[in-house]
Write a protein that binds this ligand. Structure first.
Ligand code: SF4
Length: 126
């Protein structure tokens, strides 16, 4: 059973555009999207942190992940893999910076994406 942490888009989350992180939880339960890889051995979410915001320094996300590690460590838990949310992968103009920063510092596998339920484009095929 893998223990995973999610990184979400601060703007989408704080605007309540993805209420309850439900798409990620449902996709993990169904083993869909980037969670398909856990179909055999399972996985559970041990933490969700946000990116730090559009104006934030990319180090904010590294600090958040480090604090998550400390908190989990006190509970005898750890993170085996970090998933960067579909919200980031689909909609963030700074995603390359965030991906690079997390991959450089995470020390565990970093997976680009979570659920497969991004909304279709409104005005045609993207
Ligand atoms: S930097 Fe990207 S992931 Fe973070 S709030 Fe802005 S759009 Fe969202």
């Amino acid at each position: 059973m893998k223990k995973i942490a999610l990184v979400s888009c601060n703007m989408i989350r704080s605007s309540n555009l993805c209420p309850g992180d439900s798409k990620c939880f449902v996709a993990l339960g169904r083993k869909e999207g980037e969670f398909k890889r856990y179909a055999d051995n399972g996985a559970r979410i041990v933490g969700i942190v946000d990116c730090g915001g559009c104006e934030g320094n990319k180090n904010r996300i590294i600090c958040s992940l480090a604090l998550l590690k400390m908190q989990l460590s006190a509970l005898n838990e750890e993170v085996d893999a970090v998933h960067l949310g579909t919200c980031i992968m689909k909609f963030c103009k700074r995603k390359d910076d965030l991906i690079e920063a997390v991959k450089e510092k995470a020390g565990v596998e970093v997976i680009e994406g979570t659920h497969p339920y991004a909304p279709p484009s409104i005005f045609g095929q993207a």
